[in-house]
Write a protein that binds this ligand. Sequence first.
Ligand SMILES: Cc1cc2nc3c(=O)[nH]c(=O)nc-3n(C[C@H](O)[C@H](O)[C@H](O)COP(=O)(O)OP(=O)(O)OC[C@H]3O[C@@H](n4cnc5c(N)ncnc54)[C@H](O)[C@@H]3O)c2cc1C
Length: 349
Amino acid sequence: MYDYIVVGLGIAGWSFIQQLDENRQNYIVFDNRSQQSTRIAGGMFNPVILKRFTPAWKAHEMLQYALLQFQKAELQYGKKYIHYIDIYRKLTGVEEQNNWMAASDKPVLSVYMKDIVYESIDGIEAPYGFGVLQGTGIVNVSQLLDDTVERLKKYQKLIETVFDYNRLEIYDHYVAYQGIKARKIVFAEGYGLKQNPFFNNLPLTGTKGEMLMIETEADIPYVIKSNVFIAPNVAKKGQYYVGATYNWNDKTNIPTPAAREHLENKLKKLLNYPYQVISQKAGIRPTVIDRRPLAGKHQVYKNLGVLNGMGTRGVILAPTMSRQLFNYLEFDMPLMREIDIRRFEGRSY
Ligand SMILES: Cc1cc2nc3c(=O)[nH]c(=O)nc-3n(C[C@H](O)[C@H](O)[C@H](O)COP(=O)(O)OP(=O)(O)OC[C@H]3O[C@@H](n4cnc5c(N)ncnc54)[C@H](O)[C@@H]3O)c2cc1C
């Protein structure tokens, strides 16, 4: 008998199996690549909301733990996943300069928000300068998932097919699925949760995001944040992510001409340099109506857990959320009130 079945190997599922490994739990993972939010995401980590210059929810504390978990993966696989890269926020005028300076004096923000600089960067004009963020960067999550898949396959811990919810048998102290028995099952399917009859009552809204990958000879060593962002592809020099769109209606993973046009229009205003679009990708961010993650147990079947709702910040959130969920499922340690799915009990939305 396994300790756990885990459904979904995005950043949420990956972070959860890190907890299982650390706690010497025996598990098997199902993933069919029907969702791809993690695989197409830029993997940026930045604890500051750059629209308002405010700290993102508990992001400072969570980032420390997330980096620790990614560092452990670096040791495990002998590869570099964490790339510290400064973010340069293009400032739009004197008012934003003043707001930047006021915000960068505040205790948590001052850790990340540094001076305003007037550096010349290939193809990017910024008459009001850039506000510089440090301690930020990119985790190469798609490489990390590829390496994890390889390891799980080697130890026969991964089943690459759709998990069919109708075939799950639930007993008091275990679950069974096509001959596989486990003490517990954790669902981490990203937007795929919508197909899950045990948890699809949760208010996961889903926000489609599209990104372009471009090639240019402009040398941009930072993440540039303006109306769009340009971020170096840490896997290939000369390539940059350009993103991202937000669409609340379309729930497919299919790239659209409209999103490409939208991104290119903004890019052309930001980057005065020739470039070529080499690919376009789309995914659904698992966003929640109250913008907080979803963790907990099924109301009736206590051996069914859920880990979802990482929204726009999976890299920072998923490791802490996984630790919370594991400690809750195994040791009955309370979940943070804000992430516990019981906050929606008895509510209609
Ligand atoms: C364009 C874009 C850019 C982003 N940029 C960033 C960023 O820079 N930094 C950041 O932190 N976050 C970013 N995000 C958000 C981040 O990607 C998400 O928060 C995160 O990926 C969610 O991870 P997840 O594991 O919950 O879901 P997913 O990554 O969607 O993983 C779910 C997995 O479950 C599998 N699955 C689902 N149903 C089944 C089933 N029935 N059977 C088997 N397998 C199943 C899917 O195939 C998938 O592999 C971005 C998102 C988008 C779309």
